[in-house]
Design a protein around this ligand. Sequence first.
Ligand SMILES: Cc1ncc(COP(=O)(O)O)c(C=O)c1O
Length: 377
Amino acid sequence: MIYFDNASTTKVNSEVLGVITKSMNEIYGNPSSTHSLGRKAKVTIETARNSIAKIMGCKPKEIIFTSGGTEADNAIIFNAINNLRVERIISSPIEHHAVLDTLQKIEKDELAEVIWLKVDSRGNINIDQLEELLQENKKTFVSLMHVNNEIGNILDIEKVGAICKENKAIFHSDTVQGISHLNYKLKELSVDFICASAHKFGGSKGIGFIYKRDGVKFTKQIFGGEQERDFRSGTENIHGIIGMQKALEISEKNKTESEKHLLELKSHLISSIKNEVDGVTFNGLSDDLEKSISSIINIKLPTSKANKMLVFQFDLKGIAISEGSACSSGNNLGSHVIKKLYPNTDIGSNIRISFCKENTLEEVDTFVRILKELLSK
Ligand SMILES: Cc1ncc(COP(=O)(O)O)c(C=O)c1O
């Protein structure tokens, strides 16, 4: 199987798997227990927190472990409503569902005003509009993702952070897709909250974290015990945490080399498609090597050849990709991201190819050959 669906999830790295399995055997105490097994578990968690904070360029106490990206986005957004008491939220219509659906619920329940920024046909978010809106003197929370999970566009997080800081807005960025790829240190950014999900970078599913800038108010959104310094209740997923630590350490160590390889795969795919496959275009900025992430390419297939079963057909040929769309009960609802790029038109057939460092140029060639075959049917 050629696995080109790494933006959905990655395979657990074998070294990470080793660390997780070992910890399941050896570190089984409850971190809240006071006996030695409990204390050992607690120390393991705090060691992981320190290592993750060091890599992310923040203080250990700014890291709060969660069950992944969705919980983190929800907790950060509901904290803005319930605790920071913001009047207004500004976001974009091409956020991941973890942000989008949460904000739509807030809008529906009239818990705050929600403003959706304009997005152009290449997925650029209108930052001038954000700047203008922030000049109105309202207590505002801004949520804009760092890397779009469907089209790979990278947001200028430094610029947006600076604008938010200047206008005293709270800034959250869903950084789930950028972590392990992009270089930044949180202490150098004007961002108040970010979130991460380990299964996007070789860790296991069901574990992630929130970064909460020191000094910004946060209260837990899940109630129960006083774990995570009372920021998030529930017995810690210690095996997930230690695996996430290892996965982040490995990706940090290999980052330069992996990015070089991913860019090679991406530029090879872009040039092969441009040279060999007629009528295929690129969605968002995914053919711009500087403005989109190295791991994601999203393509639009020729209208006449549009085929809803394409993911299935690729699967039959041994390639896992994903459609730039969400399907439910046989109805193709279409991707909310692609729909926003081309409003009032039939969005046609779009697919996302997403790489990891284990993918090869030969696999890209096989994909292009099969794409040509399927389109010529
Ligand atoms: C940008 C983004 N945010 C949030 C999530 C949700 O993360 P999780 O699967 O850990 O809940 C994902 C996963 O698809 C994502 O790509």
